[in-house]
Design a protein around this ligand. Structure first.
Ligand SMILES: [Zn+2]
Ligand SMILES: [Zn+2]
Ligand SMILES: [Zn+2]
Length: 139
């Protein structure tokens, strides 16, 4: 995990990268699959990291607002994944196992144009998640 990347983005957005925040992010980014706040908390606890569950929740909220983690909501389950790309991108969530894949393309310009035509809004931003079944779950 690249700590320099994290330091830079925190500096840029004028947030303080405290030690607990760094540990939380490192744990999440080294995880193989998306984790719930509780799962992340348990993993930190096993490594004798004394970080409260509330801190975990708050840090994840902050990371999400900074755009460096993705919050995968699937029914009643909420899991987080550290983003691999710093650039604008979208995600697809597996409805069975919760696996998340990042999409490195965004082809929404024609859609934005339609939104502008039908509402008169100037589109500045958008969020769009995809859901489906991953290769393993499909079969
Ligand atoms: Zn992402
Ligand atoms: Zn799956
Ligand atoms: Zn997009």
């Amino acid at each position: 995990m690249n700590t320099e990347f994290l330091k830079n983005i925190f500096r840029e957005k004028k947030f303080r990268l405290s030690h607990p925040r760094l540990l939380i992010y490192q744990e999440l980014s080294s995880a193989e699959k998306p984790l719930s706040p509780q799962e992340l908390y348990q993993k930190l606890l096993k490594k004798k990291r004394r970080i409260g569950l509330t801190s975990v929740y708050r840090s994840l909220d902050l990371f999400e607002s900074m755009g460096i983690v993705f919050k995968a909501v699937n029914g009643s389950s909420v899991k987080y994944k550290a983003c691999e790309s710093e650039d604008h991108h979208h995600h697809i969530v597996c409805k069975l196992c919760g696996r998340v894949a990042e999409l490195d393309f965004c082809d929404i310009s024609s859609w934005s144009e339609k939104v502008r035509e039908s509402t008169g809004f100037e589109v500045t931003d958008h969020q769009l998640n995809f859901y489906g079944y991953c290769k393993a779950c499909k079969s």
